[in-house]
Design a protein around this ligand. Structure first.
Ligand SMILES: Nc1ncnc2c1ncn2[C@@H]1O[C@H](COP(=O)(O)OP(=O)(O)OP(=O)(O)O)[C@@H](O)[C@H]1O
Length: 195
């Protein structure tokens, strides 16, 4: 394998809401700004002042977006407040072609979808020390109301179940102590298993 894409295999992080994926990624991007990138999302929302097509988002019409869904171009897509948003396989490949490792922070449906592509991704399951601790972190984070917390905990059960399936991930990192978890993350990402 010699193409840029094959040497920059995307990294998929998944795991229940509140396990600390954003916390770990924030540190990774801060310490290695040139090496990693996020893919540019697609949306049917109108550009806001200053937003650049292809940089902030790929701005599509609803018709274009629906056509792309039908052509199976999306890894994941969803509708929020009347606008469609999604990540395409192409957008992930673009990051590798630009010489960076694409990081995807997605849900289990997205994970399954990436597995059905030839992106050659590596999968990292970020797990909480326990369901109790997960609930504690979500409450402490203070970004969600009670209904949203309960919904996240419900979804978490299914995600933890998925994580038990054989072949679900390449590595599981329990985010008990954030420094330890971060070290495990970096060691896997830069480790020998990269190619
Ligand atoms: N190892 C840790 N120990 C204690 N608290 C942690 C740890 N890692 C993260 N946290 C805290 O837990 C909360 C949830 O973390 P974070 O927002 O990074 O989760 P997430 O997995 O990205 O969630 P979401 O999928 O909802 O974006 C945050 O308040 C964060 O500061």
């Amino acid at each position: 394998m010699s193409s840029a894409s094959s040497t920059k295999r995307p990294i998929v992080l998944f795991g229940p809401s509140g396990t600390g994926k954003s916390t770990l990624l924030k540190r990774l991007f801060a310490e290695h700004p040139a090496e990693f990138g996020f893919s540019v999302s697609n949306t049917t929302r109108k550009p806001r002042a200053g937003e650049v097509d292809g940089k902030d988002y790929h701005f599509l019409t609803r018709e274009q977006f629906i056509e792309a869904i039908q052509n199976k171009e999306f890894i994941e897509h969803a509708e929020f407040s009347g606008n469609m948003y999604g990540t395409t396989i192409r957008a992930v490949r673009d990051v590798a072609d630009a010489g960076k490792t694409c990081i995807l922070d997605i849900d289990v449906q997205g994970v399954k979808s990436v597995k059905n592509t030839d992106l050659g991704a590596r999968f990292i399951f970020i797990a909480p020390p326990s369901e109790k601790e997960l609930e504690h972190r979500l409450r402490k984070r203070g970004t969600d109301d009670e209904a949203s917390i309960l919904k996240r905990l419900q979804t978490a059960k299914a995600e933890l179940e998925y994580g038990k399936q054989p072949g679900a991930y390449d590595v599981k990192i329990v985010n008990d102590d954030v420094d330890r978890a971060y070290k495990a993350l970096v060691s896997f990402i830069f480790g020998e298993s990269q190619d």
